[in-house]
Design a protein around this ligand. Structure first.
Ligand code: CUA
Length: 367
C-alpha cells in the first residue's frame, strides 16, 4: 500500500470537513495571531528591560550590544510563534483518554512549507549580513595601533608589548588607543575574554588569532579564560588596567627599564653574580613570566594562587627536590592537592640556567 493513497482518497471525497474539535471556533488563526502579537510585545519589552551587559569599556561595545538587542527582538516572535502553535495544538487536539488510534495521515502543505522555509531563510541571511558588517567594522585596521601579544598557558596569561619591550602578567592599556591583540597559546585551547570589552577570541595551538579594540573607559576589569582548559581553568583570571595615555607610557617605560635591569632570561652566563642580586631578580622574573603565581602562593612574589601548594612553605627545602617538583610534578604530589594539574613541560620551557635561578629564588623565598 502506497503512502500517498489516503491523500488521494481525501481529495476524492472533496474538501475535507472541518475538524470537529475546532468546529465551534470562528477564527482560530486570527486568535492565535492576536495572542502571539501581544505575547511577542511583552516578551520584547521584558528582554529589552533586562540589563544583560556588564559595563562597556571599549569602542565596539555599543555596536555589539545593539546587535545583541536586534537578535533578541527577532528571536522573541519566533519563540512565541512556535510556542503558541504548540500549546494551542496540545490543548485543542489532545487525544481523548483511551483513544489509541493513529491520527489521519497528512501528506503536507506546500504553501506552509514555502512560508516556513522562506521567512527564516530571509531572517537568518539578513542577520548574518548585519553581523558581518559589524564584525568587519570592528576588525578594521586602525592608525597608531598598540600591538599586544597575548599568550595563554595552563593557567595564566602573559602580555608582551613588542614596541615597548615590555613583558607583563597584568594587562595595562592606554585609553582611546586602538589595540591589536595577537593571541597564542603554549599548550591547550584557551579563550581570551574581557567581558567589558565584549570581544573574545580562542587561543588555538599552532595559530595566532587576532582581535582589535579600543578601550574607552578608565578602570580595572578582569581578563577571563573562557575555554575549559584544565583543572585550573577557573583560576585563569588576571587584571586589565585602562590608564590615561600618559600614565600608560610611564608604566611601559618603567617596566622596560626594570626588564633591562635584570639579566635577559636564558642568556645569563655562569657566575653572573654581580649586579646586586641578579639571580634572585631573575628567579622572580621567571616565576612571574611563567605564571607560577596563578596556581601557587608565594609571599615574596605577592602571589596567592591556591590550585597548588604554597611555595613559601615548602615541606622539603632540598634543591634537587624543588627542581624535580618543577620538571616532573607528578613524582611527588603534596597531600591534599590533585595530581596531573601542573603542566609537565617546564623542563622544556626553561633553560638549565633559568631553572637554576628559579630553584634558588624559591629556596631563598621561604618564610
Ligand atoms: Cu585557560 Cu581556561
Amino acid at each position: 500500500m502506497s503512502e500517498r493513497e489516503p491523500v488521494a482518497q481525501d481529495t476524492a471525497k472533496g474538501p475535507p470537513e472541518t475538524d470537529p474539535r475546532i468546529a465551534g471556533e470562528k477564527h482560530p488563526v486570527a486568535r492565535m495571531l492576536a495572542i502571539g502579537v501581544i505575547a511577542s510585545l511583552i516578551g520584547i519589552a521584558i528582554c529589552l528591560l533586562i540589563d544583560w551587559f556588564p559595563t562597556s569599556a571599549s569602542g565596539a561595545a555599543g555596536q555589539i550590544d545593539t546587535l545583541y538587542d536586534v537578535l533578541l527582538i527577532c528571536s522573541v516572535p519566533v519563540f512565541v510563534l512556535v510556542m503558541t502553535i504548540a500549546i494551542y495544538s496540545v490543548v485543542r487536539f489532545r487525544a481523548k483518554p483511551g483513544d489509541m488510534g493513529d491520527g489521519p495521515p497528512i501528506h503536507g502543505n506546500t504553501r506552509l512549507e514555502v512560508i516556513w522555509v522562506t521567512i527564516p531563510f530571509i531572517m537568518v541571511t539578513a542577520l548574518a549580513i548585519y553581523g558581518w558588517i559589524v564584525l568587519d567594522d570592528i576588525e578594521a585596521k586602525q592608525q597608531n595601533e598598540l600591538v599586544v601579544n597575548v599568550t595563554g598557558q595552563q593557567f595564566t596569561w602573559t602580555f608582551e608589548y613588542p614596541d615597548q619591550n615590555v613583558n607583563s602578567n597584568e594587562l595595562v592599556l592606554p585609553l582611546d588607543r586602538p589595540v591589536d591583540f595577537r593571541i597564542k597559546t603554549r599548550d591547550v585551547l584557551h579563550s581570551f575574554w574581557v567581558p567589558e570589552f565584549r570581544l573574545k577570541s580562542d587561543a588555538v595551538p599552532g595559530l595566532t588569532t587576532k582581535i582589535r579594540l579600543t578601550p574607552d573607559r578608565i578602570g580595572n576589569y578582569e581578563v577571563v579564560c573562557a575555554e575549559l582548559c584544565g583543572l585550573g581553568h577557573s583560576t585563569m583570571r588576571q587584571f586589565v588596567r585602562v590608564l590615561p595615555a600618559g600614565e600608560f607610557d610611564r608604566w611601559a617605560q618603567r617596566r622596560a627599564e626594570e626588564g633591562e635591569g635584570g639579566a635577559p632570561a636564558g642568556e645569563s652566563g655562569e657566575g653572573a653574580q654581580g649586579g646586586g642580586g641578579g639571580a634572585a631578580a631573575e628567579g622572580e622574573q621567571i616565576f612571574t613570566a611563567q605564571g607560577c603565581g596563578s596556581c601557587h602562593a608565594l609571599a615574596a612574589a605577592n602571589a596567592s594562587g591556591t590550585v597548588g601548594p604554597d611555595l613559601g612553605k615548602l615541606q622539603d627545602t632540598d634543591a634537587s627536590f624543588v627542581r624535580e617538583s618543577i620538571v616532573e610534578p607528578s613524582a611527588e604530589v603534596e597531600q591534599g592537592f590533585p595530581d596531573g594539574v601542573m603542566p609537565t613541560d617546564f623542563g622544556d620551557k626553561l633553560s638549565p640556567e633559568e631553572l637554576n635561578a628559579l630553584v634558588k629564588y624559591l629556596l631563598e623565598s621561604q618564610e
